[in-house]
Design a protein around this ligand. Structure first.
Ligand SMILES: [Cu+2]
Length: 155
């Protein structure tokens, strides 16, 4: 839990910085990932759109098998704008940095995507999805969260 608070504190500082710029693009979203099925993997994600349009994503996970390697994770969306965890219908993705399971089963992944590479996000609903890393490198969902929560920035 201690780590989670440190994680959120860092994210909060970044969020305040983004909002202080008073730019119309600034936007912060926070969401909790829930285990898919019986994976036991959950976590938190903070998504920050900076004033220049860059997207920063901070993802923290817990409940992974200790030292079990790298896990692919993405923001999923679709043309219809109705992507969600339950349907797993986000056929388009924004790739995030792989998350590396530490000896305590937690992982922290930070990704910054330049504005020019964020053309379609966010359109409608999206979700952050963590994938199993076996038997294939990018397996089915093991933890997921719909991203439709808070928007603190002025639009
Ligand atoms: Cu994915």
């Amino acid at each position: 839990m201690k780590h989670k608070w440190a994680f959120l504190a860092i994210a909060a500082v970044l969020a305040v910085g983004a909002l202080a710029a008073h730019d119309t693009k600034a936007d912060v979203r926070y969401t909790d990932l829930a285990a898919t099925g019986d994976s036991g993997v959950k976590g938190s994600a903070v998504l920050i759109t900076l004033p220049n349009g860059d997207l920063e994503v901070w993802l923290r996970l817990e409940g992974l098998k200790p030292g079990s390697g790298m896990y692919a994770n993405h923001i999923h969306f679709n043309d219809a704008g109705d992507a969600n965890c339950k349907a797993q219908n986000g056929n388009k993705i924004l790739g995030l940095k792989d998350a590396m399971a530490g000896p305590d089963g937690t992982a922290l992944a930070y990704t910054r995507i330049p504005a020019a590479q964020v053309p379609a996000y966010p359109k409608g609903t999206t979700y952050v999805n963590l994938h199993a890393n076996s038997p294939q490198a990018v397996g089915p969902s093991i933890s997921c969260s719909d991203v439709l929560t808070i928007k603190l920035g002025q639009r």
